[in-house]
Ligand binder design. Sequence first.
Ligand code: S3P
Length: 440
Amino acid sequence: MRSYRIEPAAGPLSGTLRAPGDKSIGHRAVLLAAIADGPVTVTGLGAGADNRATARAMRQMGVEFDRRGDELVVQGVGLHGLRAPAAAIDCGNSGTTMRLLCGLLSAQPFAATLTGDASLRRRPMARVVEPLRRMGADITGDTAPVRIRPAAGPLRGIDYALPVASAQVKSALLLAGLYADGATRIAEPGPSRDHTERMLRFLGAPVRAEPGRVTVLDPAGWDRRLAARSLAVPGDPSSAAFAIAAAVVAGGAPVRVRGVCLNPTRTGFIDALRAMGADVRVDGAGERGGETVGDVVVDGRAAGLRGIEVGRDLLVRCVDEVPVLAAVAAVADGETWFRDAAELRVKESDRIATTAAMLRAFGVEVDERDDALGVRGRAGAPLAAADVDAAGDHRIAMAAVVAALAADGPCRVRDVANVATSYPEFADHMRALGVTLTEA
Ligand code: S3P
């Protein structure tokens, strides 16, 4: 079981980083390239284990990949070119791999089984299995293993209102909808990330957004081909959030993270940090491959960070950044509340419980509710030096490193191996900014 040892920040951090490729967009790039109509060059793909799990799954179904330096050439086989996998597909720790594949595999003429690690096997799959069955899929498993057999007939488009905003479920239904008779229409209660829609449109699929958070895929008149266009994966805001938050806590002199995806469904943590009084700005933003990309800069140290309320739409827009925002809240003045946050309980860990436990280890007062988390900030006073268990959750491990910068002595964070699922360069990047972090 790997661990980090971190020294408190001796002064402001400084330096320039390039964020690793966005994990969400990386999954979609590999998967859609694999069913595109010919070879697709993907640049900027992250090296994390989760994206590799998606690539491995597609390889098991006969898709070939050629690495050429920083580029990955995916030999797209077309919508109907996948082959039956010889064994169960292991999605590792990756919920996105499993849920997106549920949608894609529901429409294939072969059987497949999806499984994963102990954390993934505990996560809810009924939310995706149930609407896929309504589309005519033959799919079972409220938790993994999920078993999929060829459907009795063509899938049917669905008109579905998601009970909880979820990009993974929306994407699974859109992928199944590529193969279905009739339109697929999905309504959402909140602004979940829309990378699948953007990339499908970029590859020529008939996807449109309608008012009231409704996404429609209407294949009428479409030739059911995805164009073999090159895909560029921008930097991951959810990974960049750790360097940015570290610079907010320790000061930035300055810290710049280049090439970050600034899709408005992903920038909730920047809005939250600004509302707390942090000096975070965006520089040089422009459009690339259907996504907005730019640098995020932290210059100076906010004199007085203050607690805020994060709920509803803002919570959806920073759903993966709650652990690190909670670490920043711990050094702010006043209380911060994350509300409407029941979804956090079914992430890679129960993140209401694991974030609360992580902050308690640093001596922070927290209030844990069924669907909310309150953090009482220590108003700039140091946190207690801690020995923290990251519970195998990559984002808890990295958030704990950010909190440790504000501690009154060296800290240890245990069970950090899963940082490699999303951000294998994390420890190197922290050191490059001036953090004293050793690995054991
Ligand atoms: C993701 C969607 C989010 C997010 C996850 C990645 C995606 O989950 O938490 O880390 O790539 O679609 P939900 O769709 O379940 O909200």
